[in-house]
Design a protein around this ligand. Sequence first.
Ligand SMILES: [Zn+2]
Length: 210
Amino acid sequence: MKHQAIREQLFETVVKVNEVDLIRLSAGNISIRAGENLAAITPSGVKYCQMKVEDISIVDLDGHLIDGLTPSSETPMHTAIYRNLPDVGGICHTHSSYAITFAMLGEEIPPANLELFACGAPIPVALWACPGTQKVGEVTVEIFRSRPDLKVVLLNKHGLVAIGRDLHHAYEMAFNAEVGLRSYHQALLVGKPQPLTDSQLEEIKAAYRK
Ligand SMILES: [Zn+2]
C-alpha cells in the first residue's frame, strides 16, 4: 500500500475520534499534512466505525485525488488551510454536539474555562458558508490568519474546525473545545458564567510558561 505510514498515522486518530464520540457515523473529517504537497484525509461517506486504513484518501493540496477512496466533501477546506497556513500539520473537523449547539447561536465564546482558554478563546463563529464549498475554507482561513493563537473556529450552524501543529494537537484542541463548550453550556443553565479576567489570563499564561 502506498503512503502506508501516513495513512496509519491518520487512522490512529480515526479510531480515537470515534471512541470519544467527537465524530459519529461519517459526520466530520480529519486530515494530516504529508510532505510538501500532499495530505491524507478521511474518505467521503464512510462510517468511522467501519473505516479501514486503505480507505484513507491521499490528495494533493489542490484537492486532486492521488490514491484511495473519494476524499471527504470538505477537502477544499482542508487543502485551503494547508496552502495558507504553513504551520498547520493536522486538522480535525467535527459535528460534535456542543460545537453545533453554539455554532447555531452565532455568538463568540469567551474564555470561560481552561479548556476554552487552551483553544485560544474567545472562539469566533465564522460567517455562514455552505458545507463542502470553497467558501468554508475562505472564511476559516481568514479567521485563523488574523488570530495566530487561535486553534478552534465554530462553523456557522455546522460544527467546529480545530487546527494543530500535528493531528494529535488538532485532535486535542477539538476535544478541549467540546469539553469546554459542554461545561459552558451547563454553566449557562444554572447561572451566569464569568469569563476569566485579564489578570487571571496573565497568571495562567505565566504558569504555562514555567
Ligand atoms: Zn461538516
